[in-house]
Design a protein around this ligand. Structure first.
Ligand SMILES: *[C@@H]1O[C@H](CO)[C@@H](O)[C@H](O)[C@H]1NC(C)=O
Ligand SMILES: *[C@@H]1O[C@H](CO)[C@@H](O)[C@H](O)[C@H]1NC(C)=O
Ligand SMILES: *[C@@H]1O[C@H](CO)[C@@H](O)[C@H](O)[C@H]1NC(C)=O
Ligand SMILES: *[C@@H]1O[C@H](CO)[C@@H](O)[C@H](O)[C@H]1NC(C)=O
Ligand SMILES: *[C@@H]1O[C@H](CO)[C@@H](O)[C@H](O)[C@H]1NC(C)=O
Length: 451
């Protein structure tokens, strides 16, 4: 079975290459269920080549009557689709008054994904796949190559998929009824995962070895898919970095009243006297840039990361294997280095580890980083790659990983890996054990409104 898939994948890349592109361009072809795409060869900073397929449509453009609606599968195409460039991102919520100009890539037609494929994998089997969900408070960022680099993963024989999804009001506005059902940004993620199941074999990937990974609101999304029946069977591993879908005040910032408030801000004649259908008709008549320009309208408040994350890990460990870590290393490559040092929390802030994994926001950065940072990049990438490939971050002792064996989390011992210069097994993160009874008593029960 495995052999067959590999051979099939190689043939489909090679044959198509010979057959279809005789015009001197070095197109790399892959046959998706919806049509053939042509990608190109990129290199990692350490000069390992890989294939990149950019801006593959994974859903029909959510425009016109499809605005605010659940995504539909893409329309098939006949000609070879040129998938060599990222040209579109979803509308970004304009929260900061100083940033009012549009990014020329912003487009309501934005449901595109990217597939990065190791060129000469050392393993002769279908490859493990990592699907990356970007963060950004469900309001901004994108899944483009510029934003998140696959280098560490393709170098470790892993296929990476990243994608855009609708965000801000275009992704999450709801009338709390079927007129504007809400959470369509999460449905975009769901249909992207279905696309991966249907198509990843054509790239040499194993649909049974898909790990979802995300940071911040992307991690929150990962945990939603772990809980949702709609996403059951679409992935077999999950990595949530600094975020969990319990106790997320953010998600309740978009109820019905906000839909009216938004409409009213655009046209004062609109208000709660209008029906859901009238509200929808009105919001379909204005441009996406106006809908996304809601500076000062809302969005304040503090996101607390560590408590829900530990809580989620504790609950999940009753059903699946959970490996819990705390990233304590404070290097020059850390993201959010200037975030205030909260008492007792150390200096490694929310999302600190991302640049080590994704070259996040390091595009064009010519700075040379200390050896210890490069070493941390290898350590983190090895741990994550092991999990993606074997569902175990330390399947065997490895001197590069200081010969450590990272134990599974369980509710009693609450063992976890502290990732600093030295990798250390610790227990009971953030005095969680002592707080657990408080959580049990007072925390909101999660997800009562999602299906
Ligand atoms: C694909 O698009 C890129 C960028 O626009 C262009 O340079 C390239 O020639 C195109 N390739 C084909 C086969 O059309
Ligand atoms: C957003 O609104 C601000 C203030 O109302 C305005 O100055 C700006 O031009 C608007 N930007 C867009 C992209 O519509
Ligand atoms: C949404 O609708 C449900 C059922 O009609 C109702 O119970 C719930 O309170 C509503 N939520 C909001 C935020 O309006
Ligand atoms: C909203 O309600 C107002 C007042 O009843 C009405 O004049 C307006 O036409 C309604 N808007 C839409 C889009 O139906
Ligand atoms: C890391 O381990 C080495 C060797 O055991 C030790 O010398 C060093 O002090 C440790 N560093 C930290 C930050 O604990």
């Amino acid at each position: 079975m495995y052999c067959f898939l590999t051979i099939f994948a190689l043939i489909s890349l090679k044959e198509a290459d010979n057959l279809r592109l005789g015009d001197g361009s070095s197109g790399i072809l892959a046959n998706t269920k919806y049509g053939t795409i042509s990608g190109k060869v990129f290199s990692t900073p350490s000069a390992k080549e890989f294939y990149a397929f950019l801006d593959i449509p994974y859903a029909s453009p959510p425009i016109g009557k499809l605005r605010f609606q659940k995504p539909l599968p893409p329309e098939p195409w006949k000609e070879v689709l040129n998938a060599t460039e990222n040209t579109k991102i979803c509308w970004q919520l304009r929260l900061r008054s100083e940033k009012v100009e549009n990014d020329p890539r912003e487009n309501e037609d934005c449901l595109y994904l990217n597939v990065y494929v190791p060129k000469d994998p050392s393993e002769n089997e279908p490859l493990a796949v990592m699907v990356y969900i970007h963060g950004g408070m469900f309001s901004f960022n994108d899944g483009t190559f510029k934003s998140y680099k696959p280098y560490n993963f393709v170098e470790r024989d892993i296929i990476m998929v990243s994608f855009n999804f609708r965000q801000g009001p275009l992704g999450f506005l709801t009338t709390n009824d079927s007129v504007i059902p809400g959470n369509v940004g999460l449905w975009d993620q769901n249909i992207a995962l279905k696309w991966v199941q249907q198509n990843i074999e054509a790239f040499g990937g194993d649909p049974k070895k898909v790990t979802l990974m995300g940071h911040s609101s992307g991690a929150v999304s990962v945990t939603f898919h772990m809980l949702s029946k709609q996403s059951a069977g679409l992935f077999s591993g999950a990595i949530a970095e600094s975020g969990a879908g319990i106790h997320q005040p953010k998600l309740q910032s978009f109820p019905k009243y906000f839909a009216y408030k938004l409409a009213h801000a655009i046209d004062p004649k609109m208000g709660e006297h209008n029906s859901s259908a009238e509200l929808l008709a009105f919001l379909l008549s204005v441009s996406p840039s106006i809908i996304s320009n809601i500076t000062k309208l809302y969005m304040k408040g503090d996101l607390r990361f560590s408590n829900p994350v530990i809580r989620f890990a504790d609950l999940a460990s009753r059903y699946v294997d959970v490996y819990f870590y705390q990233f304590s290393y404070f290097g020059e490559m850390n993201a959010n280095r200037d975030v205030l040092d909260e008492e007792g929390l150390g200096k490694a802030a929310h999302c600190a580890e991302l640049p080590y994994l994704m070259y996040y926001e390091m595009d064009g950065d010519t700075k040379t980083y200390p050896k210890s940072d490069i070493r941390m990049r290898h350590i983190l990438s090895d741990l994550f790659a092991n999990f993606i490939k074997y569902q175990n971050p330390t399947p065997k002792r490895d001197s590069r990983l200081q010969n450590i064996i990272w134990p599974k989390l369980n509710s009693n011992t609450l063992l976890y890996l502290d990732i600093d210069d030295n990798l250390t097994i610790k227990e009971n993160p953030r005095y969680y054990r002592q707080c657990r009874t408080i959580f049990d008593k007072y925390y909101e029960h999660p997800l009562t409104q999602l299906n």
